[in-house]
Design a protein around this ligand. Structure first.
Ligand SMILES: [Fe+2]
Length: 179
């Protein structure tokens, strides 16, 4: 921990650095997963998903760098080893299988949603427990990006185009559809 005079105590900085390192680990795991699906995906939606996942992992790469550099800004050191990422992340890896495209999409939705829930908690903690509004604001921005990505991914599996079991969704009566 460096010596900083920015109106935060060492304990406050340590607190947010721990939160940031957890978010860094989650983002790193999701980056690896997104890249793997970008490589492995097959099916009629190949081109769309392959390209969309490239955009997502590019965004994650930028965010990962920003999180790590915010840790340095606060006088700490970012986690930077695969071992460290695996230890801190709250996401799970599914190794040794190539899921269907729809399954890939729904796993990524779940992971983005996990990250959104973590970030929402961390925003509160950064602001309320550690009085670091800068980090709270930074994490809020990240959360909004994950919310947007989760919406894009969800939109793939909510339509009828690529239902994983091949079934068509039932038509909703007009009254129910407007709810
Ligand atoms: Fe590529």
């Amino acid at each position: 921990m460096g010596k900083l005079n920015i109106g935060l105590t060492k304990e406050q900085r340590q607190g947010v650095i721990e939160l940031l390192n957890r978010d860094l680990a989650d983002s790193y795991l999701l980056l690896v997963k997104t890249k793997k699906y970008h490589w492995d995906v097959v099916g009629p939606q190949f081109r769309t998903l392959h390209q969309m996942w490239e955009e997502h992992y590019e965004k994650l790469t930028i965010n990962i760098d920003a999180i790590a550099e915010r840790v340095r800004t606060l006088g700490g050191y970012p986690v930077g080893t695969m071992e460290g990422f695996l230890e801190l992340t709250s996401l799970k890896e599914q190794t040794g299988e190539v899921p269907l495209a729809t399954e890939m999409v729904s796993r990524l939705v779940e992971d983005h949603e996990t990250i959104i829930r973590n970030l929402r908690k961390h925003v509160d903690q950064a602001s309320e427990d550690f009085h670091d509004e800068g980090t709270a604001d930074f994490l809020t921005g990240l959360m909004e990006e994950h919310e947007q990505i989760a919406w894009m991914l969800r939109s793939f599996i909510e339509g009828e185009q690529i239902h994983s079991d091949g079934s068509k969704p039932k038509l909703q009566p007009a009254s129910a559809a407007s709810v």
